[in-house]
Design a protein around this ligand. Structure first.
Ligand SMILES: C[S@@+](CC[C@H](N)C(=O)[O-])C[C@H]1O[C@@H](n2cnc3c(N)ncnc32)[C@H](O)[C@@H]1O
Ligand SMILES: [Zn+2]
Length: 345
């Protein structure tokens, strides 16, 4: 079954929706069974229960992870080939965002001008400038991996890569040999503290209901001495005005079928030439991206249900609070983004 049970935790009944099933007897039953050696088993050195941060146990048949804390007792099934650690209670509810990126995953750079896209992006600048340190690093996390461009690059550089996304479509675009694709939320990551040498979060935390909590999770899983690259929407930007004015109208229109068709068939095609011209100048190439890339870029910019915008000082205060030191800062394309590179002390 793929839905909804109740568990008792700390006197409160929490409803755990989605792919977590719970039944105390069944839980004990499976915990008692023999566990095989399997690639998923070896992930236990890295994985923890995202809800209570306790150890997990891997069960082979059916394949799933079980929380060893009996007070929590969460069970995490697989969805297709992806271990799924997304649960929805309280703040974890991000259904609209999940649906949005399942239907219109962020594809930008997937085809055509892929390498140029990567190298002209803020993440690309980080990968280039810190190349020597990155190639001798061992483990990396691409949190909110989208179509997996950054994950693939890290894998090509010889790092062990973990790619996380809330959208299964994104994970399907990212999955390939050597990349561990995990369905989870940035708000509650299923990793032990200090697991990764390199953590990348490019354009993700501002799409969650709590960007600060997302940043704290990224820092939690970063090793001491490790590097975090963070791209986050900038409050003092034209995009903030765009998203809260034109975007607000478009999001309202998109709520019904007719409106959505107008956006898809009329507004997006009108928007494409402007973006094409901008990219042509920037990447110095006539090569175009696919219509899908333009379309989904438009959806990411205006229609995405959740986007928050932050001042530089606000983010710097989070860093101070969580014990990381900014080592580089630059403003991204058209002044839309902050790019922070920080080192964990
Ligand atoms: C704008 S895309 C960026 C993709 C990729 N990082 C890149 O630079 O190409 C934002 C991504 O964040 C994912 N996302 C949104 N909320 C998330 C969350 N709470 N946890 C993990 N991923 C999330 C979306 O599904 C989407 O793939
Ligand atoms: Zn647990």
């Amino acid at each position: 079954m793929n839905c909804c049970v109740l568990s008792h935790a700390g006197g409160l009944y929490l409803q755990i929706v989605c792919n977590i099933n719970y039944n105390m007897d069944m839980h004990q039953d499976v915990v008692d069974k023999q566990v095989d050696s399997d690639p998923c088993q070896s992930l236990l050195e890295i994985l923890v229960c995202p809800r209570c941060k306790s150890d997990l146990l891997y069960n082979v048949t059916p394949p799933r992870y079980l929380c060893l804390n009996s007070q929590c007792g969460a069970i995490y099934n697989f969805i297709d080939e992806f271990p799924s650690f997304v649960f929805t209670n309280s703040i974890e509810i991000q259904k609209d965002t999940q649906n949005h990126y399942q239907e219109t995953p962020f594809l930008w750079g997937q085809s055509g001008i892929k390498e140029k896209y990567l190298m002209h992006s803020g993440a690309g600048r980080f990968l280039k400038e810190y190349h020597d340190e990155i190639v001798v690093s061992k483990t990396s996390l691409d949190c909110g991996c989208g179509a997996g461009i950054i994950s693939r690059y890290l894998h090509e550089q010889g790092l062990k890569v973990f790619s996380v996304d809330l959208s299964l479509t994104s994970l399907r675009l990212t999955i390939s040999t050597g990349i561990n694709t995990i369905h989870a939320s940035n708000l509650s990551l299923p990793f032990r503290d200090g697991m990764f040498d390199i953590v990348i979060s490019s354009g993700v935390v501002h799409h969650t209901p709590d960007a600060q909590k997302s940043v704290s999770e990224l820092i939690r899983v970063l090793k001491s001495g490790g590097l975090l690259y963070l791209l986050i929407y900038r409050k003092e930007s034209f995009q903030y005005i765009e998203y809260s004015t034109i975007g607000k109208i478009l999001r309202t229109i998109s709520k019904n079928n007719l409106g959505n068709n107008v956006i898809d068939k009329v507004i997006v095609p009108l928007f494409v030439p402007f973006i094409y011209a901008g990219k042509m100048i920037k990447f110095r190439t006539f090569k175009s991206s696919t219509l899908g890339e333009y379309r989904n870029y438009f959806y990411d910019r205006y229609i995405t249900p959740q986007a928050t915008f932050h001042s530089k000082n606000e983010v710097l205060q989070w860093f101070e609070q969580y014990g990381v030191k900014p080592v580089k800062y630059f403003i991204g394309n058209l002044g839309y983004h902050h790019n922070f590179i920080v080192r964990k002390l």
